[in-house]
Write a protein that binds this ligand. Structure first.
Ligand code: PLP
Length: 432
């Protein structure tokens, strides 16, 4: 394990007891010993159509042979156009352009730059301030990190971007513990934007970025009315609203995007992960009518937006995206997720009686099961459950002491039962 420096991993502990994956098909991984492991996390929130999809593999192979790479700086290729159109077709009305990236982190930074460039293009030079939210995760690049609100991710890297503020988070267990779906209480938390407006002036804020449902800090479901209120305040003060839909996009909540699930339309949407079923790295940023036009109008000659990645719209990634969106459509996977959400939610909430469980949160095919921290400090109990579940043949995800579940949308009720029973068993055996 020496050569491979693993991301977001306790490398030395891992080397002592590695969890090596060797193959995957459908709902299951196979580990290096050939043991089946049920995937309750869609890999890392991305394999929404399940593993080993032949249509995606075939499209990638075909494309690699036909046009392996094409620059998209000053050149084009048809699949990039088709992929952009296919993504637009999934979005709420009013979005008119797609900028391709390679990851969720790049999408976050691209969206922030787009917002800043938009205001500047319109001659509004005052709007340079960015607002994120405590407990928010927008990847690991400097922009996303700066608006993100996870202390451990930020602390080692110094001052980050200036002119950034954070809304308070939406975690309110004293009011909302064990809510089924969207918590009833907490729309007022959006009014925290008024504090930042009062401090700096609304006219100084370029954009507010939030995950509509926060995934990485332990599944925080937006309280009813919260996103609507945030939308209204952003509109009132001329602030662009960015939804980071890297996790919530592509059916996770039983609709194409959280924007449709919650009926709130932002100005910019970031995405990645499920765009290609996780098979090839790819992200994208969608912007609403008027944003691109303003930037184009401000630069009548030459390059309008000095931004892009070598692999923006990579042909093989575009082929993977088109094939993936085809699978979602043909198999009706977003509607399938919507249909299973009730069963999934009820099943997960049955863990309420299990030892150490202090909250359960869910929406669509996402759930977080929060445990009281163990005597050894925060995170150890959660990690012990994660580890034990893997030993028992189920891959879950852990952040702090919250077990997060986000199975592929092809999950069946028997899989859901097995996931829940495995977690119950791991919790019951924790103290033995
Ligand atoms: N934004 C959100 C909401 C995410 O959940 C993630 C990853 O989990 C990212 C951004 C970063 O994506 P990536 O790891 O592809 O850079």
């Amino acid at each position: 394990m020496n050569a491979f420096w693993m991301p977001f991993t306790a490398n030395r502990a891992f080397a002592a007891e590695p969890r090596m994956l060797a193959a995957a098909e459908g709902m299951f991984y196979r580990d290096a010993d050939g043991r089946e492991v049920l995937d309750a996390t869609a890999g890392l929130w991305c394999v929404n159509a399940g593993h080993g999809r032949e249509a995606i593999a075939a499209a990638i192979g075909r494309q690699a042979r036909q046009l392996d790479f094409a620059p998209t700086f000053q050149f084009g290729h048809p699949l990039a156009v088709q992929a952009a159109e296919a993504v637009l077709a999934l979005l709420p009305d009013g979005f008119d352009s797609i900028f391709f990236t390679n990851s969720g982190s790049e999408s976050a930074d691209t969206a922030l730059k787009l917002a800043l460039a938009y205001h500047r293009a319109r001659g509004d030079l005052r709007r340079t301030r960015l607002v994120g939210r405590l407990r928010g995760y927008h990847g690991v690049n400097f922009g996303g990190l700066s608006v993100g609100g996870i202390q451990k991710n930020r602390a080692p890297f110094g001052a980050l971007l200036p002119n950034v503020d954070h809304l308070r988070d939406t975690h309110a267990p004293s009011r909302n513990a064990f809510s089924m779906g969207q918590p009833a209480d907490g729309a007022d938390l959006a009014d925290d934007l008024l504090r930042i407006v009062a401090l700096h002036g609304g006219e100084s804020i370029a954009a507010v970025i939030v995950e509509p449902l926060a995934g990485s800090t332990g599944v925080l479901v937006p309280p009813k009315g919260y996103l609507e209120r945030l939308r209204a305040l952003c509109s009132q003060f001329g602030i662009l609203l960015i939804f980071d839909e890297v996790i919530t996009g592509f059916g996770r909540l039983g609709a194409p995007f959280a924007a449709q699930r919650y009926g709130v339309t932002p100005d910019i949407i970031t995405m990645a992960k499920g765009l290609t079923n996780g098979v090839v790295p790819m992200g994208a940023v969608a912007s609403r009518q008027g944003i691109r036009t303003a930037i184009f109008d401000a630069a009548p000659d030459g390059i309008e937006f000095f931004h892009g990645y070598t692999y923006s719209g990579n042909p093989v990634a575009c082929a993977a995206a088109l094939a993936t969106l085809g699978v979602y459509r043909e198999e009706g996977l977003f509607a399938r997720a919507a249909g299973l959400a009730e069963y999934f939610g009820q099943a997960v909430h049955r863990l309420r009686q299990a030892p150490h469980v202090v909250d359960i949160r869910n929406d669509g095919l996402v759930a977080g099961i929060e445990l009281a921290p163990g005597p050894e400090g925060p995170g150890t109990r959660g990690f012990a459950v994660f580890h034990d579940c893997f030993r028992r043949g189920v891959m879950v995800r852990v952040t702090g002491d919250t077990i997060a579940l986000s199975p592929p949308l092809i999950v069946e009720t028997a899989h859901i039962d097995r996931i829940v029973d495995t977690i119950r068993g791991a919790l019951a055996d924790l103290d033995e």
